[in-house]
Write a protein of this length. Structure first.
Length: 346
C-alpha cells in the first residue's frame, strides 16, 4: 500500500469518554457520577470534587439528550430579557444564574431586540429549540401590564419586574415600599418637599417609584414638584442635576436609581451646591459602588440575590409540580443611610 492510499484512509474517531470511564478514574460508582453530572444533592463534597476532577481530566461531557430522556428534563432554564444596559437587570440575571447553578441547572440567555408580541413569541420558540425546561422573563417595560404582549400558553414561566400577577407568577422588588421609605426619610429630616428624578417612562419600575413618590408627598400634605425624567444613566442624571441646581426650593432629591444619582452629584458639585449641606440626595438600588460616591450615597437597598432565588425556585416548583402559579411576590427593601442626606439649610 503506497503513501497516498494510506492518506486516503479515514482517521479513526476518538472514543467518546463514558460515564464508566469517569467512575473508574474517580474510584466511585457510575450512579455517583450520574448524580454529580445531574446536580443532584446527597453527594458529599469530597466525592463530588473527585468526580468533577475526573470529568475535567478526561474531558467528559454529559450527553444532554440522553440525560433528558432519562430524567425528563434538560436541566436548563431559559432567560428572556429586553435590555442588559441597566444595573438592575444585570444583577438580577447574575442572581438567577447563581441560584440556578445551586440547583444543578444551567441558564441560557436570549435578549429580545424589541418589546413586541412577535419578538416575545420568537424568543420562546428559539429557546425551545435550544432545549430548555422552563422560562424566566425579565420584563422591565410596560408590556404584560397593558396586555399588548402575552406569553405562550402551557409553558412554565415566572416573570420579573411586571404588573401581571393575576395572569402569571411574578417576583419583584417592593418598588413602592422602598420609594415611600426614601421620601419619608427626607421629609423626617425637615425638608418641605422632595423632588424626583425618575427613570424612563416605559419602565414599570420607574413608574412604580414615581407613583409612590407622589403618593407619599400627598399623604404628608406636601407640594408635589414637577417630575424630572432620566433614562437610568449617569449622564441623564448629570443633565437633570444641572437643571435642578437652578431651582431655589430644591433641597432634597429622590433619584430612581444610583447611576442617575451619581450624575446628579457631579452636576450639583459643578454648580457650587454642597451635598448634603445644600441638597440631600437619596438613590435606589444600593449598587456596590454607592458607598464610594462623594459623599457616600444614602439609598434604597434591593436584594437582587433574593429576587433571583425566588424566580428560580418559583419556576422549578412549576416544572416539578406541573402546576401554574399566579400572583406577585414582593421582596422587601431597606433604606441604607449614609452621608448624602441631612436636614435642610437653615
Amino acid at each position: 500500500m503506497d503513501d497516498s492510499s494510506v492518506a486516503r484512509q479515514p482517521k479513526r474517531q476518538a472514543r467518546r469518554v463514558s460515564m464508566a470511564d469517569v467512575a473508574r478514574l474517580a474510584g466511585v460508582s457510575s450512579q455517583t457520577v450520574s448524580r454529580v453530572s445531574n446536580g443532584h444533592p446527597g453527594v458529599v463534597m469530597e466525592t463530588r470534587q473527585q468526580v468533577l476532577s475526573a470529568m475535567a481530566e478526561l474531558g467528559y461531557r454529559p450527553n444532554s439528550a440522553a440525560r433528558a430522556l432519562k430524567w425528563g428534563e434538560f436541566r436548563t432554564l431559559g432567560v428572556i430579557l429586553f435590555t442588559l444596559s441597566t444595573t438592575g437587570n444585570v444583577r438580577t440575571l447574575e442572581a438567577i444564574s447563581t441560584s440556578a447553578a445551586q440547583h444543578g441547572y444551567a441558564t441560557t440567555l436570549l435578549p429580545v431586540a424589541a418589546p413586541t408580541q412577535d419578538e416575545v413569541h420568537g424568543a420562546f420558540t428559539r429557546l425551545g429549540e435550544l432545549a430548555v425546561d422552563a422560562f424566566i422573563v425579565i420584563m422591565e417595560v410596560h408590556l404584560l401590564d397593558a396586555a399588548t404582549v402575552s406569553l405562550p400558553p402551557n409553558v412554565q414561566v415566572v416573570v420579573a419586574d411586571s404588573n401581571a400577577g393575576d395572569r402569571y407568577s411574578v417576583v419583584d422588588t417592593d418598588q413602592a415600599g422602598g420609594s415611600g421609605v426614601a421620601v419619608r426619610h427626607l421629609l423626617d429630616l425637615g425638608h418641605r418637599t422632595v423632588w424626583h428624578l425618575a427613570g424612563p417612562e416605559e419602565s414599570f419600575a420607574a413608574q412604580r417609584r414615581a407613583d409612590a413618590w407622589e403618593a407619599t408627598l400627598l399623604d404628608a400634605g406636601c407640594e408635589v414638584p414637577p417630575l424630572v425624567r432620566g433614562d437610568w444613566s449617569a449622564e441623564s442624571g448629570y443633565r437633570a442635576g444641572l437643571a435642578l441646581a437652578e431651582e431655589p426650593d430644591c433641597t432634597a432629591v429622590f433619584t430612581a436609581n444610583d447611576q442617575m444619582a451619581l450624575g446628579l452629584l457631579r452636576a450639583l458639585h459643578e454648580k457650587g451646591k454642597s451635598v448634603p449641606r445644600d441638597v440631600s440626595v437619596v438613590g435606589f438600588d444600593d449598587i456596590p459602588e454607592a458607598n464610594s460616591f462623594l459623599p457616600p450615597l444614602t439609598t434604597v437597598h434591593q436584594d437582587f440575590a433574593e429576587v433571583g432565588r425566588l424566580l428560580v425556585e418559583g419556576v422549578l416548583r412549576q416544572l416539578h409540580n406541573d402546576s401554574p402559579e399566579r400572583g406577585t411576590t414582593l421582596v422587601p427593601t431597606r433604606l441604607v443611610e449614609r452621608a448624602s442626606t441631612a436636614p435642610p439649610p437653615a
